[in-house]
Design a protein. Structure first.
Length: 297
């Protein structure tokens, strides 16, 4: 069965806007037209997709499935329309690259992204940061062209090309007591208070394992914040110590001071996830080669 794309767009609007009238306003349609399309869609699906309880629009189990698939389909349609518009206007098709949240750092922009774009001014780069597993999955789903990730919780079908490893490193504000020490012990780091991801975050299990491998107690957390950059900003404000992976090539800048652990810290493997080579553009191949050229030793 083929569902009408416009009808699916109306359905998504009703769910997102939490009502028929709000969806009608956003789509510049009458409420009766919106109601008609929802009724026809449910007829095509052979099941109720929406229910109205306690003054709110709610998805039925069947509605959840249709909504999830509709969002994916409509997103791909929008991407296709943008790609066609770019081709008509003579613009480059974006090179879609995903990177682990660990690389959401100034050094990655300055030492890799900026030099790449400077050398390839005709390439339109679309860079997305996210968890390694979901980023790698996006490559398999054709949402991204390439992923630069940590080898953790990757999809079983993902082909991971190892490039090297990164050391888990702790940082503190310049005026933090530990910042003046030539080296710090895991006990001192834990006692100083860690700024960590929420316990419900995707990376929590991996993060705790790395802390244990670094000799640091996971119970030293004094603040939980979602997202690496907010955690780094909290450390800059003197709220505690933050840890993240740092590859060998990174030239660190900013207000935070790198703490030297008095023993080997935990490490994580870094690498690339791509689809088959015959699908890769020249820009993608060039970008992958430049990532390989970075010092990951």
């Amino acid at each position: 069965m083929t569902f009408d794309g416009f009808r699916l767009a109306v359905f998504v609007a009703v769910v997102d806007r939490q009502g028929y009238s709000a969806a009608a306003r956003s789509l510049h349609l009458s409420q009766s037209t919106v109601s008609h399309h929802i009724a026809e869609l449910q007829k095509e699906a052979g099941a109720a997709l929406l229910s109205y309880r306690q003054g709110r629009i709610r998805l039925t189990p069947a509605g959840h499935e249709v909504y999830r698939s509709a969002r994916i389909m409509l997103g791909e349609q929008e991407s296709l329309e943008r790609a066609i518009d770019n081709l008509r206007e003579g613009k480059a098709v974006p090179l879609r690259v995903g990177a682990s949240l660990a690389f959401e750092q100034p050094y990655f922009i300055h030492q890799f992204v900026a030099p790449f774009l400077s050398a390839h001014p005709d390439t339109m780069l679309s860079l997305q940061f996210g968890h390694s597993g979901t980023t790698a999955q996006a490559v398999l789903d054709h949402g991204l062209d390439l992923a630069y990730v940590l080898n953790w919780q990757l999809p079983a079908e993902a082909v991971f090309e190892p490039l090297g490893s990164a050391e888990f490193t702790f940082f503190a504000a310049p005026d933090h007591p530990l910042a003046a020490q030539s080296s710090v012990s895991p006990e001192e780091v834990s006692a100083a208070g860690l700024i960590t991801a929420p316990t419900t975050a995707v990376e929590t299990t991996f993060y705790r394992d790395i802390l244990r491998r670094s000799g640091v107690s996971e119970h030293g957390s004094v603040l939980e914040i979602s997202g690496l950059q907010p955690r780094m900003l909290a450390a800059e404000a003197g709220l505690g110590v933050v840890g993240t992976f740092v590859p060998a090539y990174a030239v660190l800048t900013g207000r935070l001071v790198r703490l030297t652990l008095d023993r080997p810290a935990g490490r994580a493997e870094i690498g690339l996830v791509q689809r088959a080579d015959d699908e890769a553009s020249q820009a993608q191949l060039t970008l992958a080669e430049q990532l390989r050229a970075l010092d990951h030793s």
